[in-house]
Design a binder for this molecule. Structure first.
Ligand code: MG
Length: 223
């Protein structure tokens, strides 16, 4: 069973499901030549995809084009269904940063054929996750910055104020149809700048607040 931690606590929290949002930043939609959705687009990753900070992403032989997608992640702290946007943040236990590693060639093929993205998004090691900062330390998840460096060079950086569907709306929307439970993790979508990774790359992702204070970080090595 995969677990995550909240910074400052030694509790190992078992992860329930990983709910991911696609196409939630305008500039990323543009680079993917996709259409802006009118409601959030969700997919799932299995918990077996999780890699803690310091771990490795293993490139699967089935793909020749594996991309990084850095994202704000949200740890759910209690069960909820039909959650109102106004109370949605009460269901959040913590915020972190994660990498939605994607087999872009398989995803493109699946999109073309109208097939599921399961393999393109859910392969082993496709979900590196940081520890989470307790939600009480984050007044507004719409004022954070996610950043990804590859081999020391900034490849992706964006403020969460640019999310088309902010955290409150994502929780409210999905919980109409899928009950959220303690230990569920949500990936909120990637900004522009996605690109291919290669064996040997070092990826360092961070989440910081509006004053530049580091809240969460992860590093991973591509094998
Ligand atoms: Mg993504």
């Amino acid at each position: 069973m995969k677990t995550v931690k909240i910074k400052g606590s030694n509790d190992q929290i078992p992860v329930g499901k990983i709910v991911c949002v696609g196409q939630n930043y305008a500039a990323h939609i543009k680079e993917m030549k996709a259409e802006t959705p009118t409601s959030p687009v969700f997919f799932l990753k299995p918990t077996t995809a999780i890699v803690p900070s310091g771990g490795e992403v293993v490139l699967p032989s089935i793909s020749h084009d594996v991309h990084h997608e850095v994202e704000l992640t949200v740890l759910i702290g209690k069960e909820g269904k039909n959650i109102a946007p106004t109370s949605a943040l009460d269901y959040v236990a913590g915020y972190g940063v994660g990498l939605d590693m994607t087999l872009r060639d398989l995803q493109a093929e699946a999109k073309k054929k109208g097939l599921p993205w399961t393999l393109a998004k859910g392969f082993d090691t496709s979900a590196p996750l940081s520890d989470f900062v307790a939600s009480k330390q984050v007044m507004n998840p719409g004022t954070l910055t996610v950043q990804l460096k590859v081999n020391g060079v900034v490849r992706q950086q964006s403020g969460t104020h640019d999310l088309i569907f902010p955290v409150e709306k994502l929780i409210a929307y999905i919980s109409q149809f899928v009950t959220l439970e303690k230990g569920d993790v949500m990936f909120t979508g990637t900004p522009q700048g996605v690109a291919q990774v290669k064996s040997g790359d070092i990826l360092e992702a961070s989440l910081s607040d509006s004053s530049g204070t580091l809240l969460a970080s992860l590093s991973t090595h591509i094998r």
